[in-house]
Design a protein around this ligand. Structure first.
Ligand SMILES: *Cc1c(COP(=O)(O)O)cnc(C)c1O
Length: 235
């Protein structure tokens, strides 16, 4: 199946999941997780109508941008970001989804202030409390928000999470519901410069479950591009 066929199949599944949940399909965005896929594949996904591209690695972001891969499309950063690489990302992407620690927030703030811009971010939540994953624990999120006035060059647009790998269908519901509730709790507190319009949950294997639980952005790689080929991409 071509990338275009995959995107239209996924859209149909997204729409069906939204309608089954009594939601408006237009409120759910499709982010193509483009890691390990080259500029040509990225262009095909954009032509097929994905809402944005999500890159994991600074090196790939920089290389594909230099190849004009994203032409006109929104670009998000979705991978682990080292503080010494923020200069290559801040002001160059529309949204940094993977803000997972305070010292990264500080580094992004400093760079955004230097550039005189406001950088849109999501806070990444370690929803399964896994040692192997990054992200704030749910209860830390409120500590972050309580000191958010110290970050005038950041604007929080919502939350992102990667739940634990689940063995059984439906097992991830608990995690998705927990983060969905967290975004409701944040909304109720009405912090300045904080919205939770974006709830970025759901990947190739579980995006319909995520939509059932309130996802407004799914990040999909394999189901769009096929299995990632680590030998193919020359970077
Ligand atoms: C790779 C990746 C995805 C997409 O994963 P698939 O299972 O290939 O759909 C989504 N989010 C992040 C942060 C990723 O790194």
């Amino acid at each position: 199946m071509s990338i275009a066929e995959n995107v239209s199949r996924i859209r149909a599944q997204m729409n069906a999941a939204a309608i089954a949940a009594g939601r408006d399909p237009s409120e759910i965005k499709l982010c193509a997780a483009t890691k390990m896929n080259d500029a040509d594949a990225v262009r095909q996904a954009i032509a097929a109508g994905v809402d944005c591209c999500g890159e994991n690695r600074v090196q790939e972001l920089t290389q594909k941008r230099s190849e004009n891969a994203y032409a006109g499309a929104l670009v998000h950063f979705i991978g682990h970001l080292q503080t010494n690489k923020v200069k290559q990302v801040v002001g160059k992407v529309d949204l940094i989804q993977s803000v997972d620690r305070i010292n990264l927030m500080e580094a992004i703030e400093k760079e955004a202030a230097r550039q005189g811009i406001i950088q849109n971010i999501l806070l990444e939540v370690n929803i399964g409390r896994e040692a192997s994953k990054s992200g704030f624990y749910a209860e830390e999120i409120f500590q972050v928000l309580d000191q958010f006035m110290n970050f005038p060059h950041l604007s929080i647009k919502g939350l992102m999470a990667i739940p634990p790998v689940c063995q059984h269908p439906g097992e991830n519901f608990r995690f998705f519901q927990e983060i969905s509730q967290l975004s409701v709790d944040i909304e109720e507190k009405k912090y300045d410069n904080v919205t939770v319009d974006c709830l970025s949950i759901g990947m190739s294997d579980d995006f319909t479950d995520a939509i059932a639980c309130g996802s407004t952005m799914v990040r999909i790689g394999t189901a769009i591009f096929g299995a990632r080929n680590y030998a193919k991409l020359h970077l």
